[in-house]
Ligand binder design. Sequence first.
Ligand SMILES: [Zn+2]
Length: 87
Amino acid sequence: MATENRTATEAHGCVVCGKVHTLLVVYSPSGQLLDCAVMSGDGRRVYDPRRPLVACNRHTQAEIDTALARKAARDREDAEREARGGE
Ligand SMILES: [Zn+2]
């Protein structure tokens, strides 16, 4: 059983435009997200306690907020569809 934090390099798409950025992500031994850093020079971290999210530097905070709200609505719809047994 692992007792040390795990560091992984992951590729994640920008929440606004989908451009792929490279992130260095740190997980606890139980798999919980602890921290992440954007390795790409033109990207920055978007704070989310559950998963690593990234956005390009050129997007405004308003654009990012809109994209996140849309993403949250989509996640909710997916969860509801699953709760109904899939369609
Ligand atoms: Zn972008």
